[in-house]
Ligand binder design. Structure first.
Ligand SMILES: Cc1cc2nc3c(=O)[nH]c(=O)nc-3n(C[C@H](O)[C@H](O)[C@H](O)COP(=O)(O)OP(=O)(O)OC[C@H]3O[C@@H](n4cnc5c(N)ncnc54)[C@H](O)[C@@H]3O)c2cc1C
Length: 354
């Protein structure tokens, strides 16, 4: 459907109503954000509503992200995800069968602040998108009406519904609008009632920095994957060791969330140098001269420290809702579960045409 399709308009190509049958167009829903939550919700609601998904990025996935260079690629957001809930497993089954999601059987280490390391027991299988983390959101987005590169700046309600403004145009009207942006961005954008805004104020998200290091061909990484207990660094992983990565050796290094929050406004060069210095101390035996290129990414809202504590926000009177990892947890699976819980409530409402 076209995003500008009005609420009462008839879809092009739709069959005329039979005698005695009331012409009824499906309700329209705008979803802000094409990450795991937005895509999950869009797929669920597409049977009962005309759904349009907006994302400010040029690609889908949000924090399920991959950065490509000439020689290699980095999953620079989520490193892996678990599939603990049976509904998540069912939803991912087609992609597991197609090989777009595969288990990542890396030996997980723990590296202490003194550089000492030990092997950690595997608690739950780790899964990744194949051949890159973005393979999963790309597959989930198939067939959806996506508006990428569209940052929604404001919402306005008029007599015919909600209108969404970007810097150069307006989309709408929509019967319902759902935000799946990180909580502070949802708080800024969505004109929820006071109680919901107050609930959003209670959500705490942490920032993160990701170092992306391209290594010389043949370099052995300091670890396949390592949780790091250090004031500056929290994670090191060899991206090229994930399944079906036909790419040059590459390391992904995440900052410690608390340290990142304290340095969110610092120049990226300063952050990069501090993280590199910490890496050199932590993995003193690694040949750091094998690093050919260094890139860095700043995540203003990476992880959830204090979730909302309820699966979603929904104001039926206003026609507004919000979901995302920040409602229930701190992981990809939480984003799925939040969107699924909201879909469970919205789907029957939309099926009734409201
Ligand atoms: C560095 C890092 C490491 C992580 N590691 C793991 C891990 O190992 N395992 C795990 O399970 N999880 C991990 N996570 C968390 C995981 O990535 C998230 O929980 C999950 O991807 C959140 O999905 P979401 O759909 O709720 O939000 P997002 O993926 O953030 O999607 C929100 C989308 O909204 C868009 N958006 C925001 N504002 C607007 C606007 N105004 N207009 C239009 N679009 C907008 C954004 O561009 C984004 O695409 C990590 C995250 C980061 C950043």
């Amino acid at each position: 459907m076209g995003a500008g399709l009005g609420n009462g308009e008839v879809l092009l190509g739709a069959l005329p109503p039979k005698p005695g049958e009331r012409a009824m167009t499906k309700p329209s829903v705008a979803i802000i954000g094409a990450g795991m939550a937005g895509l999950t919700l869009a797929r669920r609601l597409s049977a009962t509503a005309r759904v349009t998904v907006f994302d400010k990025s040029r690609g889908t996935g949000g924090r399920l992200a991959t950065r490509r260079t000439e020689t290699t690629a980095f999953d620079h957001g989520a490193q892996y995800f678990t599939i603990r809930d049976s509904r998540f497993h069912t939803a991912l089954e087609p992609y597991l069968e197609a090989g777009q999601v595969q288990a990542w059987a890396a030996a997980l280490m723990r590296i202490g602040a003194d550089g000492a390391s030990e092997r950690l027991a595997d608690r739950a299988p780790r899964f990744v998108g194949v051949p890159a983390m973005t393979a999963l959101p790309k597959a989930l987005a198939e067939g959806l009406d996506l508006r990428l590169g569209c940052q929604i700046l404001a919402l306005q309600k008029t007599g015919d519904g909600w209108h969404l403004a970007t810097k150069d145009r307006t989309f709408g009207p929509f019967d319902r609008v759902v935000a799946t942006a990180p909580a502070p961005q949802t708080r800024q954008l969505m004109p929820f009632a006071a109680a919901d805004l107050e609930a959003l104020d209670g959500v705490r998200m942490n920032g993160c920095f990701t170092l992306m290091l391209t290594l010389k061909e043949g370099t052995l990484p300091p670890a396949e994957a390592a949780q790091v207990e250090h004031p500056v660094i929290s994670w090191i992983a060899a991206n090229h060791g994930k399944p079906d990565r036909d790419t040059a050796p590459a390391l992904v290094v995440h900052a410690n969330n608390r340290w990142a929050d304290q340095h969110l406004e610092a120049p990226l060069e300063t952050v990069r140098d501090s993280m590199m210095a910490a890496c050199r101390t932590l993995c003193a035996d690694f040949d750091w001269d094998a690093v050919l290129a260094i890139d860095i990414h700043r995540w203003r809202y990476a992880n959830v420290e204090t979730p909302l504590g309820q699966p979603f926000l929904l104001d039926n009177g206003l026609g507004l809702a919000a979901c995302g990892d920040w409602c229930v947890g701190n992981r990809v699976e939480a984003a799925f579960l939040s969107a699924t819980a909201l879909a469970d409530v919205m789907e029957p409402q939309l099926a009734k045409g409201c």
